[in-house]
Design a protein around this ligand. Sequence first.
Ligand SMILES: NC(=O)c1ccc[n+]([C@@H]2O[C@H](COP(=O)([O-])OP(=O)(O)OC[C@H]3O[C@@H](n4cnc5c(N)ncnc54)[C@H](O)[C@@H]3O)[C@@H](O)[C@H]2O)c1
Length: 332
Amino acid sequence: MAKEPVRVLVTGAAGQIGYALVPMIARGIMLGPDQPVILHMLDIPPAAEALNGVRMELIDAAFPLLKGVVATTDVVEACTGVNIAVMVGGFPRKEGMERKDVMSKNVSIYKSQASALENYAAANCKVLVVANPANTNALILKEFAPSIPEKNITCLTRLDHNRALGQISERLNVQVSDVKNVIIWGNHSSSQYPDVNHATVKTPAGEKPVRELVKDDAWLNGGFITTVQQRGAAIIKARKLSSALSAASSACDHIRDWVLGTPEGTWVSMGVYSDGSYNVPAGLIYSFPVTCSGGEWKIVQGLPIDELSRKKMDLTAEELSEEKALAYSCLS
Ligand SMILES: NC(=O)c1ccc[n+]([C@@H]2O[C@H](COP(=O)([O-])OP(=O)(O)OC[C@H]3O[C@@H](n4cnc5c(N)ncnc54)[C@H](O)[C@@H]3O)[C@@H](O)[C@H]2O)c1
């Protein structure tokens, strides 16, 4: 029997990530090739015409899995009945703007969208925040949607995770699908810590640690980390626009693994509400290694943490605590 359609909200759908993301969802890349979807697309009034253009293109693409499109500037209409919410819309930092001003704009957006999700989304709606500052926007959303379980509110660090896999695959000249179990710890910002201490590569002689194969700790502890941390800036420099197709693809990876499960023996990175694991302060949305099964994520426990990693994990936690304080100061 055909499955019931899943309603997927994409906010900021007229923007560049939205434009790359909605066809991926409609093609089954996010939820699988047998899962019909109804797309809910939200943007703001100045983008209404562009949003309507995206709606027209979705119809013209005649996606067999796409069972309906809601394109609206009304947040309540957008959020009603959604099972999955991908929050891409936000206020970007413009030249000359103070951090506090950008934070304040995003706090007010995420506060009101949290209430709409709280009141109108389907029970057990899963939320992925993509818009920056992604971790802190997700935290605000969590605060203002108290009836949505905190485990259902996450932010995107899968793009950073995939970037780390990509760097290792290039360096070793191996297939990216043979590299696994890198970790992104912390914030989706340049303070994040991409960690390869537990990562492995599938070789004809079995799984081997990345460190053993790369044989260059100076690079793994230096250039590799900064390349992943700064990759977003490198894309902007090259494209004059921020990453969009890779962000959209990673958002699909994040939701797909969350809903359908991670492969046995593999973990992924997700920004989730910290419970104090690995001595990360509780109450931050922090990126951890997680496995997923039955629609639930679980932080991978018990990984040994060396001194260098500890320092880097604490540094990014400190930045998140500062962001949290700044966000709260915008509320008062
Ligand atoms: N977490 C990640 O890995 C990651 C990666 C890349 C980009 N990003 C972030 O994703 C966001 C979107 O990037 P983009 O390149 O698509 O930007 P964009 O400017 O092309 O699109 C953003 C869209 O959001 C809309 N918008 C603004 N306020 C809104 C609101 N209140 N409600 C609904 N829509 C609203 C805008 O009108 C625009 O159409 C940015 O914040 C960017 O920094 C995150």
